[in-house]
Design a protein around this ligand. Sequence first.
Ligand code: SF4
Ligand code: SF4
Length: 362
Amino acid sequence: MAVERKVEGDSQGRQSFSGLLSDPTVRERWERVRRYFFLRESTYDMSNRCNLRCEGCYYYEGEKQFARENRDPEAWRELMRAEKERGITFVVLAGAEPALVPELLQVCYQEIPLGAIATNGTIRISDSVGYKIHISVWGNDETSERVRKYRNLLGRQLKAYEGDPRAVFVYTFTRENIHEIHAVMEVLGPAGAKVTFNMFSSPVGYIGPLRHDLASLRETRRTMMEVLRQYPENVLFSPYSAVAHTHRLGLHDLFSCSYPRCNPSEWLGLGRSFRQYRTDLTWDRDVACCVPDTDCPDCRHYASGSAVVTARLHRHAKDPETFRGWLDYVDTYLAVWVSGYEKGPNLCPRLVPPPGQPAESL
Ligand code: SF4
Ligand code: SF4
């Protein structure tokens, strides 16, 4: 969580920062989230194998899928120690499927104890790895069988992770599965599972049926808000998260993505610290971001937003509502990504436009 720190009143009628904090509820939330400004993330492909083959998988695009696997735990331990040395405090372990290399997950956790694992949830990861576990859900079982070629996937995921405080089910909205969230929530809601939302973001060159268009963006936002109201105990999300991820403009156009792939500066924020390691422990600055090989103009990915929106404190500290929306976004991000952080009630129930965008853009 690299955050723009300089926030003051200015000559354009913006409210001073102390003015924004004059409401005790807002101040309390600010004090809570700012304790996590020390988080500095990098991501790691743990395995180039997966037991599923999903349509639209971004891992099996581009060069990274051909990197050989380094399965030596001591090489990973050395890497984690070096990462810690250069200031990395949060790891995102992804892949293909990280659950296929449990001994490497253990080593990472021993060296850097804050992080999250992106998994398809079919293979349970040992309790001894205390990271958040993000389980990908792409629709109801019928859709999963068609797109991910796996039968009864949600039941299998729930069997592996029901009642596990590490688990967050990440529902990815595509153009085709928007209303299937209701059937998924009928299963996950009563099970007490935590759920957050992601947006399908096309891999470079993908023009298939999962890619969003304006109508599906709008309908996804409406549906997110409906489900957020229906399942407040389960859903980790906020109205401003819905705005940021379903706007007609992608995250880069709205907030200027600061991952190295989009940001030539090696001096500031993610451009300075972020690396995306492949399974052979190499990395390439030119393609480094949390979702490499995703088409930047179509990027609305939850992992991207967690860094890109969160970093833009200064832009959001312009009026009380926009700032509250940003606080809700950060509160959501921390609840989804950081073990032990509990989401608070959303402070901004209204849909407010991103900074610099007119209200009509909503
Ligand atoms: S489970 Fe994830 S890594 Fe595996 S094929 Fe599907 S999208 Fe790709
Ligand atoms: S895909 Fe998304 S996170 Fe990656 S560089 Fe492009 S805009 Fe940034």
